[in-house]
Ligand binder design. Sequence first.
Ligand SMILES: [Zn+2]
Length: 81
Amino acid sequence: MGEVISLQQARRARYRRRLALAEHAVMHPALRWVTGEGDSVAHRRTPAGATACGVQGPLLLAAAGTGRCADCYPGARREPA
Ligand SMILES: [Zn+2]
């Protein structure tokens, strides 16, 4: 038999989980970032909001298939740009 909890309590718990997910979504390791329109490789983001390799610029989500920065992803095979 399931545990009986109030609907309001369940809603509050779900809301807190969604807030936590939204706060951490930007740091998901699967996300890669470019530092502007002219950037040809995708970088890894640090918790401070910069690229791991130190390239400056506004971080935008990289398009799927963008090659990886060799400094941010050492050991990763170069993907075609
Ligand atoms: Zn990089």
